[in-house]
Design a protein around this ligand. Structure first.
Ligand code: FMN
Length: 229
């Protein structure tokens, strides 16, 4: 396999882009269906151990990797973790940090914001869900001379990619959780990631447990989030 060559410093080159134009009514039919499907997505914290098709997970990661990114630098790595030993270590390390957080590190305001979500320091999804995707952002890269090269809009790019990942998983009939343990340094250490990578989120993937419940939340309506000018 050829290593990926970043396009830093290469000259501009253009190719034609002429996707078929969709009929207006077809666009609306599809957008309405997507809106309905996506409104069904919920963050799941109680997973079944039932196996899920690995190809669907790989396809979702491939979808995420089509995301737009600042200067097309694609500053992401998706670490797919299935090894039970590693998963156990991740859970131990995460729960240790979370315990400190819930015992006070988060502060009253944060803990109050979390109350309706019902979360605590116990993180069974780290060992229960069949797949764990740990997303890393590449803060910079090293060029062919070993020189550090800046990546632009890393947070925004990786955030968009994760949004696409969650969408792809949901549309493939799978459930996920966006877990952001804080601090996250232990993830890079346990998974042996290079220095330029910083953990962004831990995403367990699987089917909901039979007795799964989710917090009863309402979403803002279109009117509440849309400003027309
Ligand atoms: C950036 C981000 C970080 C999150 N971190 C956590 C987390 O650490 N633990 C957790 O249980 N849920 C986490 N969530 C999930 C949110 O609590 C969840 O998306 C929200 O309550 C809305 O629920 P829904 O996804 O079912 O619509 C996170 C979500 C986002 C977008």
């Amino acid at each position: 396999m050829t290593a990926f060559e970043p396009i830093h410093g290469q000259p501009y080159d253009a190719v034609p882009y002429r996707p078929d134009r969709m009929a207006a009514d077809e666009s609306v039919t599809r957008s309405a269906e997507l809106r309905r499907r996506m409104d069904e997505r919920r963050t799941v914290r109680m997973f079944s151990a039932d196996p899920v098709p690995e190809q669907a997970v790989l396809d979702a990661i491939a979808v995420a990797s089509t995301a737009p990114s600042g200067a097309h630098q694609q500053p992401w790595t998706f670490c797919l973790v299935t090894d039970p030993d590693v998963r156990r270590q991740l859970r131990e390390a995460a729960e240790e940090e979370e315990q400190i957080s819930y015992d006070g590190r988060l502060g009253d305001e944060w803990l109050t914001a979390l109350r309706p979500i019902g979360t605590d320091a116990v993180k069974p999804h780290l060992t229960d869900a069949p797949y764990l995707i740990v997303v890393f952002q590449q803060r910079y890269y090293l060029d062919e001379n070993g020189e550090k090269r800046k990546h632009y809009y890393v947070d925004e790019s990786v955030g968009i990619a994760v949004g696409m990942l969650l969408t792809a998983l949901h549309l493939a009939g799978l459930s996920a959780l966006t877990h952001t343990p804080s601090p996250m340094r232990f993830l890079g250490e346990l998974l042996g990631r290079p220095r330029n990578e910083k953990a962004f989120a831990v995403i367990p993937v699987g089917y909901p447990a039979r007795d799964c419940v989710v917090p009863n939340l309402t979403r803002k309506s279109l009117d509440q989030v849309l400003v027309r000018i």
